[in-house]
Design a protein around this ligand. Structure first.
Ligand SMILES: NC(=O)c1ccc[n+]([C@@H]2O[C@H](COP(=O)([O-])OP(=O)(O)OC[C@H]3O[C@@H](n4cnc5c(N)ncnc54)[C@H](O)[C@@H]3O)[C@@H](O)[C@H]2O)c1
Length: 470
């Protein structure tokens, strides 16, 4: 097939039109059609494939049911870039083939689920002289860019220690790691990669040094059968006697989005807080009012993430069907999950910096906290669904200075997804921009190796000398 071109931007093919491919990067692309144009898609789920193909007017001969049919010598190279957004265990094969065909590749994290495959990918991209960009979106957010800038400007002097937490909310963790896609390490990847490869990557990026020793502990402590409350059925909607008291009652999240609406109550905007209050406590009143004021109906039905993950049919009936039949309707104590619900990692870097990272799935807030202590000052960052804030404390003065603040946002990863896409596209259009790219495949390899080392340490109860891993 002939290679497609785009006068003002790049052309791309998409492998995997799911939550990331279609709903995150695809959505950004729809708002930036001058920068990127999708010319083909590979996706086995017909409904997803058709939605994406319609959005981009992709002719039927460029719609494929699997990446194997799109990425092969017969079809050849039909665009500038290939976005690989399949699940964790299906990254290596399509990304290797796309590089071999001469595509620049944007690859979802984790780049691969074994060190060997991560290394193979980096080697292939270097051998083909093609970009392999891993979606470490956190680096592209305003908050973490500001932290990086402050460190580079010498604001806190020499970095001594970092404390970092990935607080996964009590409703978010079961969605992904108890009921959902990443609940079993052998079928996806260890949680330290699936959830916190961004965090390890941020630490490596901020410290600007390779790690020397890595140590980790972690367990699956709560979400397991022996903690099942008396009388709880297999699924929440099968008349669970403790539905009211259970924080994980699935209809509350997927039908009404209540835990997320509750976050709106943290907003600085009075109007948002008012609506949140109405939605949380006066649903019956709103329901009657919606017969007169139709747009209110939209507010009552939660049609955003994470509901978008459980079904394509976002009607009440569609979501109930998903809760009745799909994995997300299960009691959190009766899933076949095995990944830890809390894990800690200690790292000693070659330049003497020490860092600790905590991930846990029982948080009241959803998001990251970081404290970077330097020889002259301290940076404290909060990057949560409920808002962002970066504070600088100069050790000579008592007063704190707010360097960045943002109210709650419902954009995925704040502005990280957009920043990554902007950077990837512009680096293909302009070679100088490629030099400015925040992530290289080789750097991603280093932070992934930290993840593999942490998992090795957790399982084998040892301190890992990183020289043995490289
Ligand atoms: N960068 C981030 O912050 C971030 C956030 C969430 C998820 N992720 C990662 O993104 C990846 C995708 O996650 P998702 O939530 O979009 O998953 P998803 O399941 O929604 O999407 C994956 C898609 O790949 C499709 N697929 C399966 N087999 C295929 C094949 N042979 N050929 C082509 N397509 C095929 C599936 O049908 C599905 O639509 C995962 O590796 C995940 O870990 C990254």
């Amino acid at each position: 097939m002939k290679k497609n071109t785009n006068k003002s931007g790049i052309t791309a093919v998409l492998v995997g039109a799911g939550a990331r491919g279609k709903d995150a990067y695809g959505k950004w692309a729809l708002k930036n059609k001058d920068k990127i144009r999708f010319v083909a898609v590979a996706e086995p789920i017909q409904e997803r494939r058709e939605i994406f193909a319609n959005e981009w007017n992709i002719p039927i001969e460029y719609q494929f049911s699997t990446w194997v049919k799109l990425l092969n010598d017969k079809v050849g190279t039909i665009a500038d870039a290939c976005l690989v957004c399949t699940q964790d265990q299906m990254h290596t094969a399509p990304a290797l083939k796309a590089l071999e065909l001469g595509y620049h590749v944007l690859l979802e994290k984790p780049m691969a689920t074994s060190e060997e495959n991560c290394k193979k990918l980096v080697q292939k991209s270097e051998e083909m002289n093609k970009q392999l960009r891993i979606c470490h979106v956190a680096r592209y957010t305003t908050l973490f860019s500001k932290i990086k800038e402050a460190i580079k400007d010498g604001l806190i002097g020499q970095i001594i220690n970092i404390e970092h937490s990935e607080n996964v909310a009590y409703w978010h963790f079961p969605h992904g790691y108890v009921r959902g896609t990443w609940r079993r390490a052998s079928e996806s990847s260890p949680v330290i990669l699936a959830k916190t490869c961004h965090d390890l990557d941020l630490l490596y990026w901020l410290v600007e040094s390779k790690s020397k020793f890595v140590h980790s502990f972690g367990e699956l402590t709560h979400y397991k059968p022996e903690n099942t409350p008396k009388g709880a059925p297999d699924r929440c909607i099968e008349g669970c006697p403790i539905a009211e008291d259970c924080p994980w009652y699935s209809p509350r999240l997927y039908l009404h989005g209540k835990p997320i609406i509750r976050i709106m109550k943290r907003s600085k905007k009075r109007r948002l807080r008012f609506f949140a209050e109405l939605l949380l406590n006066h649903r019956t009143f709103l329901k009657y009012l919606s017969y007169l004021v139709k747009p209110l109906k939209k507010l009552l039905e939660w049609k955003r993430w994470p509901a978008t993950v459980i079904t394509e049919d976002l009607s009440y009936e569609g979501k109930m069907k998903a809760l009745k039949e799909g994995p997300w309707g299960r009691c959190v104590y009766k899933c076949d999950n095995d990944v830890p619900d809390h894990q800690i990692v200690s790292i000693q870097f070659e330049n003497g910096v020490t860092a600790s990272m905590t991930m846990h799935g029982h948080s009241f807030l959803d998001g990251r906290w970081i404290r970077i202590s330097g020889s002259k000052g301290t940076l404290m960052g909060k990057f949560t669904y409920g808002g962002e804030k970066l504070v600088y404390h100069d050790h000579r003065y008592v007063k704190d200075k707010v360097l960045w603040e943002m109210d709650i946002t419902f954009e995925a990863h704040s502005d990280g997804d957009a920043g990554l896409m902007e950077s990837f596209v512009s680096s293909l259009l302009n070679e100088d921009k490629q030099k400015e790219a925040l992530t290289s495949a080789r750097e991603s390899l280093e932070s992934h190796i930290m993840g593999f080392a942490a998992e090795k340490s957790r399982l084998e109860k040892i301190v890992v000398n990183m020289d043995d891993m490289r």
